[in-house]
Design a protein. Structure first.
Length: 431
């Protein structure tokens, strides 16, 4: 076997220690499968004195990035710090020096992916990022390689483990939002700044990566319509159940003749839909290609070993490439297709509002929906007002977002309407 290749790890937190564990535990089989040995030469951390989740030779820990980036012997840099900076600068520098990079950093890939792919190609280096989307689920490689003969029409899924964990516990156990978020943090699922999960930024980053690969179009984060889960209440969950739906944070990418739709938001999906039974930290990604038809990828979307599994797979790919003296085996070709505005999206909607409980109120609300061409599929009013506003819930038929918004703007001005408490999009046919 050839001389072992040297790896430098940047970051030794949840995923870093997961990767280390797998590389130690399965060292022999991994080397045999890669056809070349490897050695973890250095690990960059912020705090050298912090207790670590694994036994590690402390002499390979460093707080100085130069010990990894300036070491000509280190051929592969594994970036597991997270966030944009300094991770982006370190990846750039590594690629510029011809080092191969493996990362699980969706923020960096979503923001600078096209630039980094070019930089890698210019420097004869590989850039792999399977761990960036779906934790342990293989999805990047299928989109980059296995499905290369298809025109992908749709990619849609649950891609954030933290929010799926929160929504599952809120639905099944009526648990409190903040308490469940704290649990997800303790389990190592949440981002350093949990608002990245809760407000949908993490899912938006992942959608950018998936949709860019699926539709061969460099999509920027600002082009993704995004809403998080912080406005979801027990009331919304109860109404969803009443109508036969489950609420999930979905990342949705669809190709239409006029352009591409990319959006992340809480969604009502029929409770019999396969995505409705994806619970806890599990993720699932549905892909539809013109040749292959429908595919579903399912597995643990976060955590040390699941994500470590994806990162290690990338490391093995790079080791194999190094052994064979090849790199950058997958060409990236970009198509010129527009990204559609959320105003142009056509879908169904759940609307929960509070209105005075007296004769004629429903007629006024319905007239304003009708005036903008919004047609109602179902409606429910709960309780008797006795002077207080009562919740009224509507589910619409398919309508353009701009029309729905126009009708809600009119309804909000009605004196009998106290507030429009929540609006949630509905996917996936009837009940
Ligand atoms: P983490 O537990 O917070 O670990 C981050 C590591 O980076 C720590 O070891 C930290 O050092 C080090 N670090 C942070 N800032 C640094 C700096 N400026 N210089 C040097 N080292 C620095 O994060 P994680 O959960 O492992 O996530 C790592 C990456 O994987 C992120 O991009 C994340 O989005 C992605 N990811 C995470 C998961 C998951 O389940 N957690 C799943 C998929 C992808 P200290 O230990 O000394 O503080
Ligand atoms: N914070 C992310 C999640 C980690 O909860 O899905 C996995 O990317």
């Amino acid at each position: 076997m050839d001389k072992p290749l040297k790896l430098g790890l940047l970051g030794f937190g949840t995923v870093g220690t997961g990767v280390y564990r797998i590389l130690q535990r399965n060292r022999a089989v991994i080397s045999a499968r890669a056809g070349v040995g490897f050695e973890i030469a250095k690990i960059l951390v912020r705090d050298l004195n912090k207790p670590r989740a694994v036994e590690v030779d402390r002499s390979i820990l460093t707080a100085d990035p130069r010990e990894v980036l300036d070491d000509p012997e280190i051929a592969i840099v594994v970036e597991l710090i997270g966030g944009l900076e300094p991770a982006y600068q370190y990846i750039r520098e590594a690629l510029s020096k011809g080092k191969h990079v493996v990362t699980a950093n969706k923020a960096v890939i979503a923001t600078y992916g096209a630039r980094l792919i070019r930089l890698a190609a210019e420097n004869g280096a590989d850039l792999y990022y399977e761990g960036a989307v779906g934790g342990g689920i293989p999805i990047i490689k299928p989109l980059r390689e296995s499905l290369v003969g298809n025109r992908i029409e749709e990619v849609m899924g649950i891609v954030n483990g933290t929010t799926n964990y929160i929504l599952t516990k809120m639905t099944r156990e009526k648990a409190d939002f903040a308490a469940v978020l704290a649990e997800a943090q303790a389990l190592g699922y949440a981002e350093a700044d949990p608002s990245a999960d809760v407000e949908g930024f993490d899912a938006a980053h992942k959608l950018v990566i998936l949709a860019s690969l699926a539709f061969q179009k460099p999509i920027s984060v600002s082009q993704v319509y995004r809403e998080g889960v912080s406005k979801i209440t027990q009331e919304d969950i109860a109404f969803a159940e009443h109508f036969g739906y489950t609420i999930k944070l979905l990342a949705i990418g669809k190709r239409h003749p006029q352009g591409i739709e990319v959006r992340v938001h809480p969604t009502f999906i029929p409770s019999r839909h396969p995505l409705a039974s994806v619970h806890g930290v599990f993720n699932a990604i549905y892909v539809r290609g013109d040749a292959v038809g429908e595919l579903m990828f399912y597995g643990r979307g976060a955590g040390d070993l699941p994500t470590g599994s994806a990162v290690v797979a990338d490391i093995v790919d790079v080791l194999r490439n190094c052994r064979q003296g090849t790199h950058h085996r997958v060409e990236t070709l970009w198509e010129d297709v527009p990204v559609l505005s959320i105003d142009d999206v056509r879908t169904r909607y759940y609307i929960r509002l509070h209105a005075v409980d007296k004769p004629g109120v429903l007629a006024q609300v319905a007239a304003n929906f009708g005036a903008e061409g919004v047609s109602i599929e179902s409606m429910v009013q709960q309780g008797r007002g006795e002077g207080q506003p009562v919740p009224i819930v509507f589910i619409t038929h398919d309508v353009e977002e701009r029309r729905l918004r126009a009708s809600l703007a009119r309804i909000a001005t009605l004196p009998v309407v106290k507030d429009i408490a929540n609006v949630i999009r509905v996917e996936g046919g009837g009940r």
